[in-house]
Design a binder for this molecule. Structure first.
Ligand SMILES: [Zn+2]
Length: 200
């Protein structure tokens, strides 16, 4: 059994979770000149901060995206040393959110034929469709062949309760708009299309 790809996938979730943690923190405390490491490590963003930050990134708030970028960059520069230490320490924090053992159980070994939680397509079926010329996206070199990790509740973290295996197409369509239950309805029709292509 090999877990090299599983480890890489876990590492990418850790990075994403760490970056989000920093973004929410900097968004909430941008007025504080220097952040304290402990405060940063213990920080848990409120739902309100997550929603406000998301809206600001979408350009729906008074603060423009370029001002937000400036603010975040300033914060990064001011807190460079603390952020560097935080980078090293976040591994332990992420372990409390999602341990590698939990993730290994969820994601399986490298060779596992994973299936999308929403439209139920399997990686082996995507490969079959690719060989048949029934996959249209040009992104296939970078995404598509393997299942991705979706957050069921897009405003939650990568805890084992909140992650789902998700194909590239469902992930792209679900965005941070639909929660898992809502998207399952949409994915029923995506499944019809896959089944049609598979039996062509
Ligand atoms: Zn899917």
């Amino acid at each position: 059994m090999s877990y090299t790809k599983t480890k890489m996938r876990y590492a990418s979730l850790l990075t994403r979770s760490r970056d989000l943690h920093l973004e929410y923190y900097a968004f909430e405390y941008w007025e504080n000149d220097k952040c304290e490491l402990k405060h940063l490590l213990d920080y848990v963003p409120s739902r309100e901060i997550i929603v406000n930050y998301t809206k600001t990134c979408q350009g729906k708030e008074e603060l423009s995206i370029s001002d937000l970028d400036k603010r975040m960059n300033n914060w990064d520069v001011n807190n460079k040393e603390t952020v560097a230490v935080f980078y090293g320490r976040y591994k332990d924090e992420f372990d409390k959110i999602l341990s590698f053992e939990e993730f290994k159980k969820f994601y399986g070994e490298d060779e596992k034929d994973r299936e999308c939680d929403y439209c139920r397509i399997k990686e082996s079926e995507i490969e079959t469709l690719r060989k048949k010329g029934e996959i249209k996206t040009k992104r296939l070199y970078t995404r598509g062949l393997k299942m991705e990790i979706d957050r069921k509740n897009p405003f939650g973290n990568y805890s084992v309760e909140n992650i789902a295996l998700c194909c590239y197409w469902c992930n792209n369509a679900k965005t941070d708009e639909f929660n898992a239950e809502e998207f399952k309805l949409i994915a029923k029709l995506i499944k019809v299309v896959w089944d049609n292509r598979l039996t062509k």
